[in-house]
Design a protein. Sequence first.
Lengths: 57, 137
Amino acid sequence: MRKLLFVYLAFFAAGCTVKAVGDPNRPITINANIVVDVRGLKKTAVGIEDMVSQGAR
Amino acid sequence: MNRFKRTLVLTIFLTFGFLSAACAAQSYDLKEMTPAVKQALENRKARFAELEHLKHEGLMGEASTGFVEVRGDSAEAVSVTAAENQDRKIIYEAIVEQNALGPAGYAEVQRVFAEVQRGKALPGESIQLPNGEWVKK
């Protein structure tokens, strides 16, 4: 029970949603919010577009 | 009491672990260079000079969707736009699929690539702002 509470706290702090906890006889369902990191995506986009423009020259 | 301290330390450790993982910048590379992606990139490199020319002439612009759009009356612009967008679509879909970004991720990929294209556009070229308005950079 205490372990489940800690798992809940850890997920809560990380910005995720814990749907159901507490009953050891039932499986736990955790819905994690998938957030696209724009910084990482932008880095990828710049890399690809640089490759296209520089590869053409 | 000691057990409580141990569990408290463990909880703090786990919490910081999750937080640091959430805060670290993710990388969304093309993990696998499939033949389709490779071909799309080669096509885009080969087309780049023509694309720049059409943009310079005001016949094509960078839309807020991450794709190019025809901005004038030109059969060449129409065919180049279709081919360019087809290749961009292959690349965007590969990024989404290989990084498991899901349907919402595709829109985000389009938005970010559009932002990069706006940044790379040369002065005088047509670009579409996120609010849909077309302007000359």
